[in-house]
Design a protein around this ligand. Sequence first.
Ligand SMILES: [Zn+2]
Length: 377
Amino acid sequence: MKKPTYRQIILCGIVFVAVSGLLAWQTRAAPTLEEICADKAIECLTSPAGVVIGKPGSTAIYAGGVDRAADQFYQFFGEPAPRAAVVLGEVVDRSLRRRLRELYPVVLPWLTIQDRENMVAEGVRRQVRRQQPDIGEKALDAIVERSVEASLASSNTGSEDLHQGVFAHELGHLFFIRTFWPGEDLDVTEPNRMQLDRYAGPGPDWLDEMAAVLMENEALTAGREEGLTDANNAANDFEALWPLEEYFDMQHPAFDQAKRVIQARQNTAQGRARGGVVMLSREDLENGDDGRSPAMFYSQSRGFADFMIERTGNQRIFATIARDIAAGGTMSGWLAREGAAMALPSNINQLESEFWRWLANRYKDQPLSSSSSHPHT
Ligand SMILES: [Zn+2]
């Protein structure tokens, strides 16, 4: 496994912007969480696994969300999830974010559904005003409303179920990196140039993505499985998926595209305020030179996780693998050494044959999927 020195953190979600007359505590040194939360312009939803910080009225839909992700992380990795602070939408004060990074091992900037709607609406409003300076307010509102609806319908991320699934997915990336590479002080609260060199944490991209996929809810999983059904129905020996040898060593197929988003963000203050987290929907994803869709990378991760867990009977098989890889190991080395004891083949070729066979059996006779879209993060 080659280990690039710098790769990049692209998660998903985006941090939007703005305002605050909110922060009276700013003038004092190093406020505690209690002091931060005492600000009337800020709402904190605290729980054993962490805190969600937003503007008043914005945190309730995340009740239990951080804890569910933390429980799921423990279930699959056998380690308590690092405590997390989630900073919602318009709370973007830099000093607050920096302070949270001192207080919490994981800090996730996160756009609420409302933030996303507002962002689309503002963009459309600006554009229409530019093109039709004389337009009346009513007509403008109608155009904005239609555009927001169309945009949310096409990206399909407006659904609360999917939104919660992606929320857990992103926490999964950060829990995983912080747990298995504890010295990695990654910061996704602001984009920075170093982040342009790698997709996520120091581990291989497939494992990073899989850790996140393992946190997903049923709504997201259904989309991943549609991909596997499609790959199986294509009757071309799973050409839509990557050979395992390549999969274990490859750069994330959405990396170049996500990198362009991060680069563009660095050019404006508003862009920088969105942080180092990128979300691309299936419609946005471009196929790679090999013709494969980056969406399949997520489906393959889902399939491979389920295959490995079922075959070994060990829900925490990826914790074992992650520890080995974090210590400098490779998947082929691990298989050669531990495969037999884990009821697995001892080389990648054989593992791949068994994986294809398992997929073909598991996803046989499934109806062709609809063309619904799911976020890839
Ligand atoms: Zn991801």
